[in-house]
Design a binder for this molecule. Structure first.
Ligand SMILES: *[C@@H]1O[C@H](CO)[C@@H](O)[C@H](O)[C@H]1NC(C)=O
Ligand SMILES: *[C@@H]1O[C@H](CO)[C@@H](O)[C@H](O)[C@H]1NC(C)=O
Ligand SMILES: *[C@@H]1O[C@H](CO)[C@@H](O)[C@H](O)[C@H]1NC(C)=O
Length: 271
């Protein structure tokens, strides 16, 4: 082989390697979410691979990772993650109910440039004693009973567009009187808001009334949606401005084209 053709082979291999590292797959997103969960269990973040522009945000306020909830070890009673291969982001819900400081947490993790080898943002909504409808063991009881098996056949997966529309419709109900009726409610549908349970979930909904839209769904950082067609779910982090400046996570699961579960995690204070 001439030296020129060897150079060509090297160039081709290098191109392949860079394509591979740019692939944002479900597996790599869930592996990264698992690394976050492992860190949370031990309180040790050394194994997390952070990008040079990494930011940590907790209850809608930036802070040092070393000052984050992640550096306190928790015994986790429940962990569930979803993955968005288009936005290259994941969402993890975890519950710790047994310790002196119980928590229900929703965390989005983002990776820039479709590259899951480093983490760009950890964005956490953390609710604890005193927060809206908070009772971790009660929430755990409801969430544990849910069926989160993946949507079985590709044909019945909800589209990204439908999931985004349902998520936005939900958060718009407080300001838009027509939003509640635009959502396809399932008959066997459960709403778990903090630890408050409502079934069917299309019952007793707001039809406008607030003049303040729920904000911070987009920040200067990134868009705060994690849409997973395989699980049929959307999670949106926001500030629940229609009721107050409350850091909030809303997660919705759609099965057979209809809303099946709604979860909310809401903290009372920013920061
Ligand atoms: C990441 O990949 C998705 C498709 O898998 C594409 O839609 C998106 O534009 C890519 N983003 C970047 C920043 O390359
Ligand atoms: C949480 O709910 C459970 C079950 O309803 C109840 O037994 C418990 O006292 C509640 N905990 C607090 C701190 O209110
Ligand atoms: C998928 O199939 C299994 C086994 O038939 C069933 O128990 C489960 O409810 C199904 N899940 C969904 C989301 O349709």
């Amino acid at each position: 082989m001439s030296s020129i053709s060897i150079a060509r082979v090297f160039a081709a291999v290098a191109a392949l390697v860079s394509t591979a590292s740019a692939a944002c797959t479900r597996e790599s997103l869930l592996a990264s979410a698992q690394a976050y969960v492992d860190a949370q269990k031990t309180g040790n973040t050394n194994a997390l691979k952070l990008s040079p522009t990494f930011k940590y945000q907790q209850n809608n306020k930036e802070r040092a990772l070393s000052a984050g909830l992640i550096t306190t070890p928790f015994k986790l009673d429940l962990v569930r993650s979803t993955a968005d291969t288009v936005a290259c982001a994941s969402y993890t819900m975890w519950i710790s109910s047994s310790g002196s400081k119980p928590y229900v947490v929703g965390t989005q993790i983002r990776h820039d440039g479709n590259d899951t080898s480093t983490i760009t943002l950890i964005d956490t909504i953390a609710a604890t004693t005193g927060d809206l409808f908070f009772n971790a063991s009660k929430t755990l009881g409801y969430i544990r009973k849910e069926d989160w098996t993946p949507i079985n056949n590709t044909g019945s997966m909800p589209s990204r567009e439908l999931l985004k529309k349902v998520g936005d419709g939900y958060l718009d109900m407080w300001t838009d009187p027509k939003a509640a009726d635009s959502i396809p409610w399932g008959t066997e549908c459960e709403r778990v808001e903090g630890s408050q349970y409502t079934n069917p979930c299309g019952k007793s909904l707001p039809h406008g009334g607030s003049s303040k839209p729920n904000g911070m769904r987009r920040t200067d950082l990134v868009c705060r949606y994690v849409i997973d067609e395989v699980q049929g779910s959307v999670d949106i982090l926001c500030q629940f401005d229609s009721l107050g400046t409350m850091p909030d996570s809303h997660e919705i699961r759609v099965v057979d084209g209809k809303v099946k579960y709604v979860h909310t995690i809401t903290a009372l204070k920013v920061g």
